[in-house]
Write a protein of this length. Structure first.
Length: 330
């Protein structure tokens, strides 16, 4: 089968589309999926650079955390899926290939109103956003959420889910254009953070009348830690999803203690199959119907052919993308 292959760690020149060994034949509860499209994520950029290796059991050379395709073959213990079913899901790696083998519990059915590119743009970002905001943070109707990098794939997914749940979404970005575009996906207020991260602290105070937000979804990392703590209200929650500005920062314990804050981190890729199955089940139950009804939608920046994978990586690395970058595997 053909697959995106990391032949050397570093720049995009280390990426090639090659013929590789076929995906494993499905046994027990495994499903072989013919992949029609795969989402591209910053994790793939980091894996290409040699900074984010795949978890044990997954290919270190073939990237890809999410896919959309049709069931080609099933193991003897599979009960839910039949050959030909349209499915999407997450995996620890190897999705940017013509075929991928996955546990049946980590797959969900694609609504009939979505095409392959739209479906591939959904699993990783919407599952990440839903798990972080609702499963981990327990977001409730009427609460306020601050979403950093609001124009990213996770950011636009989070904004839509917050709106659908009757909560209030605020956002930050480094460009005004991205924030303007993000408004249609649920942002109530937003602020550009182009220099001093403390810029958003004053904005949050104005928006919430000095109360602070209930939850912060942070895709930026170290540079935002201090202003994040200042922007949270009493008993607020800060959840780390990304570290684009770094992963190490000092913390003022007094702020966290006086406000009784809760700070946590999350990652789907490193979870066990059982944990991924739970996240997938909740995604299928609570999020997929929103796509079927049109309440939320995939946000696609650009679609590339598999052979254009280097250009796709460059698009994400440029920080100019809005929403998801998708690879078509024809």
């Amino acid at each position: 089968m053909k697959a995106v292959t990391i032949v050397s760690f570093g720049g995009v020149e280390g990426l090639e589309v090659r013929e590789v060994a076929d995906a494993p034949r499905p046994t027990a509860d495994r499903v072989l999926v013919r992949v029609h499209a795969a989402g591209l994520n910053r994790a793939d950029i980091l894996q290409r650079m040699g900074r984010y290796p795949a978890p044990p059991g997954y290919s270190r050379e073939i990237p890809g955390l999410e896919f959309a395709g049709e069931v080609a073959e099933v193991g003897a213990e599979v009960r839910r899926w039949k050959v030909g079913a349209r499915v999407f899901g997450i995996t620890g790696g190897g999705a940017q290939a013509e075929y991928v083998t996955a546990p049946e519990s980590t797959l969900a059915e694609i609504p009939s109103n979505l095409d392959w590119a739209e479906a591939a743009a959904i699993p990783e970002v919407f599952m990440t956003a839903h798990d972080a905001l609702f499963t981990q943070c327990g977001l409730q109707m009427g609460e306020c959420v601050l979403i950093h990098a609001a124009g990213s794939g996770v950011g636009t997914a989070a904004s839509q889910l917050v709106r659908a749940a009757g909560a209030i979404a605020y956002g930050t970005s480094r460009t005004a254009e991205k924030l303007e575009r993000a408004r249609e996906f649920g942002l109530t207020e937003s602020v550009v953070v182009s220099g001093d991260p403390a810029t958003f602290v004053g904005a949050v105070k104005r928006w919430t009348k000095d109360k602070g937000v209930d939850v912060i979804l942070d895709l930026v990392g170290a540079a935002y830690l201090k202003p994040n703590l200042e922007s949270l209200g009493t008993t607020g929650l800060l959840i780390f999803v990304g570290t684009t500005s770094g992963s190490k920062a000092g913390i003022d314990y007094s702020i966290a203690m006086s406000k009784r804050l809760r700070i946590m981190g999350t990652s789907l890729r490193t979870r066990s199959i059982e944990e991924k199955a739970m996240a997938t089940r909740l995604f299928a139950q609570h999020v997929v119907p929103l796509f079927a009804s049109g309440a939320v939608r995939a946000v696609i920046d650009r679609v590339f052919e598999l052979e254009e994978v280097r250009a796709a990586h460059e698009r994400i690395a440029s920080n100019e993308s809005f929403g998801k970058v998708v690879l078509m595997i024809n």
